[in-house]
Design a protein around this ligand. Structure first.
Ligand SMILES: [Zn+2]
Length: 255
């Protein structure tokens, strides 16, 4: 009988070897020898340095590139990623794909992160960051909330607030949620009863940040997130189809 795949024990051995090589590369990066954005040695030199075969090294480099820890550019070899943005993003993309969180799941997560971020943004924002938040708000004006241009402007508004909070880890978490946030905006838009009020809440958030009043900013963001959940529930009650990445209600019996 023709064996199409290597035996399980050999596959496990290959996976362990790949993990081992990844561990060696990770230690090399964490030692400071190759800081973020720097180039790794050629494949030949690195295999000698790490004491591993080139096929094993190549597999490890490919894995680290897929998760966004390394960047491979044609003609310029392999670099350590300059930022961690893509690392978390790819994992979160699969979280949305596989777990299909509900809109309420996403809004609760947004509330946890964004209410905190908006308070920090009010305390820490620069004038340039305030201008970026204002630009997002301007982009929403005069458009229906479900309009793709309004959704993009709304995303820019929230991303600019995350950036103005000056907390890189939370900003990264927000950028991971980007696709999920877009899906919540698209899914809840048909449930918005008063578009003018929805825009006003964004104005309140902006004004509180402009006045550098964290308590008001947090209050307005809490209101915004609560309204989002209500809008999503109305969409669910209307039976409108949810955005493809999300479910409007939890249907799993086992979690
Ligand atoms: Zn918003």
């Amino acid at each position: 009988m023709t064996r199409l795949r290597p035996p399980a024990s050999r596959r496990a051995g290959a996976a362990n070897l790949c993990d081992d090589v990844i561990g060696r590369i990770t230690r090399l990066i964490s030692s400071g020898a190759y800081p973020p954005g720097s180039s790794l040695p050629s494949e030949r030199d690195l295999s000698v340095q790490l004491g591993v075969s080139r096929p094993s090294l190549r597999e490890a480099l490919r894995t680290l590139s897929v998760i966004g820890a390394l960047e491979t550019r044609h003609g310029s070899g392999t670099q350590v990623a300059a930022s961690s943005a893509d690392i978390l993003k790819s994992s979160f993309a699969f979280l949305l794909l596989i777990d299909k969180p509900t809109i309420v799941d996403i809004y609760e997560t947004r509330e946890l992160i964004e209410v905190h971020l908006v308070g920090r943004a009010a305390e820490r924002r620069t004038d340039a960051e305030l201008a970026a938040i204002a630009a997002g708000l301007d982009g929403m004006r005069g458009l229906p909330l479900g309009d793709p241009r309004s959704v993009e402007a709304n995303l820019r508004f929230h991303a600019a607030i995350a950036s103005a909070a000056h907390n890189l880890v939370l900003e990264r978490m927000m950028s991971c949620l980007h696709d999920g946030i877009r899906a919540t905006m698209e899914a809840s838009a048909p449930g918005v009863l008063d578009a003018e009020h929805a825009l006003q809440v964004h104005e309140q958030i902006f004004e509180a940040i402009a006045r550098q009043n964290p308590a008001d900013a947090r209050r307005a963001m809490t209101l915004h997130m609560g309204m989002g959940v209500d809008d999503a529930r109305r969409v669910n009650a209307q039976g409108t189809a949810p955005a493809p990445a999300l479910r409007t209600r939890r249907t799993r019996t086992v979690s």
